[in-house]
Design a protein. Structure first.
Length: 196
């Protein structure tokens, strides 16, 4: 997957990476910032998606589609789709531009609106990347687990970077008998769960 990234995907990855770096330095307001994952997390989640069982891929929190670009590598490899959920108009516009310019519209479906409502329309989830507001992680998780296939994989981002805010969520998942869970110190900290 990593050896066959198309020039179109690479170009958009580089562009969004620079934009995100700029956001972090120039005091852009939180809602406007892209708040993207670093490249090593992109590689990690695409490897996990590529290793997931039969089913659909889901991402909660698209932003401008940087993490989706990484997930699209696995979607192509598996001949599956990734459904990515985004609420904000401005981000939706950027994400559409990303999917068009990177030529990945065939494998990516952008679901516009509140993921908490829209996720209820999806089942047979074999992979999920959860990267939205930390206040709704638990509610998303509770909607995702019953809709996931056995041995499906769920990855939650920002586990070490937002440890204090996410502590109750992390402790709950590590104790949850519906999953096997582990914190992986890569990027901003990833909580990886395998659905039992
Ligand atoms: C941390 S950013 C996602 C970054 C992206 N995964 C990446 O690495 O490129 C979180 C995104 O979740 C979106 N979001 C927040 N609440 C949401 C909701 N209820 N439904 C869908 N998206 C939501 C935000 O607008 C924001 O773009």
């Amino acid at each position: 997957m990593f050896h066959t990234i198309t020039p179109e995907i690479q170009k958009r990855m580089d562009y969004l990476y620079e934009l995100d770096q700029k956001d972090r330095k120039d005091g852009t307001a939180k809602l406007k910032r892209l708040r993207q994952i670093p490249p090593e997390t992109g590689k990690f989640i695409s490897l996990l998606f590529a290793s997931s069982p039969e089913g659909i891929g889901v991402e909660i929190g698209t932003s401008a589609g940087y993490s989706t670009l990484w997930l699209s590598l696995a979607a192509k490899e598996l001949n599956r789709k990734i459904y990515t959920f985004e609420l904000l108009e401005e981000k939706i516009k950027l994400a559409k531009e990303t999917f068009n310019q990177a030529e990945i519209e065939e494998v990516v479906k952008l679901v516009e609106g509140d993921a908490l409502k829209n996720i209820e329309k999806y089942n047979n989830i074999s992979f999920c990347f959860l990267d939205t507001e930390k206040e709704i992680y638990e509610e998303c998780y509770e909607k995702l687990i019953p809709r996931s296939v056995k041995c499906g994989i769920l990855v939650a981002d920002n586990i070490t970077s937002h440890y204090d805010a996410l502590k109750p969520f992390i402790e709950k998942l590590l104790e949850d008998s519906r999953v096997d869970a582990l914190v992986v110190p890569i990027g901003k900290g990833e909580l990886v769960c395998r659905v039992l």
